[in-house]
Design a protein around this ligand. Structure first.
Ligand code: FES
Length: 137
């Protein structure tokens, strides 16, 4: 039996994490294998965080920040978008696959959107199967 995909969700404090909190408070279900790490802003994501997550056996990394124009630090989400685009190429080169890294936006009131994105990403990872690094983690 194929194991359920393990996902690391890097969420900004002001929007992504609040949306996840809203989903929880509203009892909107999303996969339990989504592990959330709260950061002040997605702009502070270091490429090492993402690569380390795969090294530790996660099947996917989800970055959820503020919508464009809403970042509390002006452009952190735009920097994160550039970073995730660049990292997708690195993941392709490493044979992990660019589809295993996804960036989305969700505002404080978008708990249902957080749950929808987490569920969709889990389904994508189910179709892809376990990360090639999962076996060696
Ligand atoms: Fe949310 Fe910057 S504070 S992405």
């Amino acid at each position: 039996m194929t194991p359920e995909p393990e996902i690391l969700a890097l969420c900004c404090n002001w929007c992504g994490y609040s949306a996840a909190d809203q989903a929880g408070a509203g009892k909107i279900p999303y996969p339990a294998a989504v592990k959330i790490v709260r950061l002040m802003c997605t702009g502070m994501i270091d490429p090492y965080y993402v690569l380390r997550a795969f090294e530790r056996g996660f099947d996917g990394v989800l970055v959820i920040g503020c919508h464009p124009g809403s970042c509390h630090y002006k452009s952190g989400n735009l920097q994160a978008r550039e970073l995730t685009d660049r990292l997708s190429h690195v993941l392709r080169t490493l044979g992990i696959g660019p589809q295993r890294l996804r960036m989305e936006a969700a505002s404080t009131s978008e708990g249902p959107r957080f749950a929808e994105v987490a569920t969709e990403f889990t389904e994508t990872l189910r179709r892809l199967g376990p990360s090639p690094l999962r076996e060696v983690a």
